[in-house]
Design a protein. Structure first.
Length: 147
């Protein structure tokens, strides 16, 4: 919003929350063709599933496409291309949730708070490539191995 960039619904793919759903979303993205230079997944598992498909199709991560997850789960550091991710302050989130519940239990309205997240930069991101990969040929899922 701050950059005044409009959301293009053609670039949003519903991916659930699992590796398998990330794979399905990546296949959909490839089959529809796109000039995207990056993928931001809802969580690290979806990012790993999508990255598996991209890598198996010969797409270079991060050379042709950057992939970012969310959550900083342990496997993201050890994935075949270590995954850039967003680390959320889980302990502070838990404390804030507990305080909100206590206020609700006492009939008070909890305040809305924003907690600062941290980007963990690993090997799956780079500056956008000038050679964008567009795939309009149907792609089927191939055998994937997570690690």
């Amino acid at each position: 919003r701050e950059a005044n960039i409009e959301l293009d619904d053609k670039l949003v793919f519903n991916a659930g929350s699992t590796i398998e759903e990330g794979e399905k979303a990546a296949l959909q993205m490839l089959n529809e063709g796109t000039d995207a230079t990056a993928v931001q997944a809802v969580n690290d598992l979806v990012a790993i599933g999508a990255a598996n498909i991209f890598l198996n199709q010969g797409i270079k991560i991060p050379g042709e496409l950057s992939v970012v997850g969310f959550g900083n789960v342990l496997i993201s550091e050890y994935f075949r291309v270590p995954l850039t991710t967003i680390r959320q302050p889980k302990f502070r989130l838990g404390v804030a949730a507990m305080n909100s519940m206590l206020k609700l239990m006492h009939g008070e309205r909890p305040e809305s708070r924003r907690l600062t997240a941290e980007i963990v930069i690993r090997a799956s991101t780079a500056a956008p490539s000038t050679a964008r990969r567009v795939n309009k040929n149907p792609v089927e899922k191939t055998e994937t191995k997570t690690l």
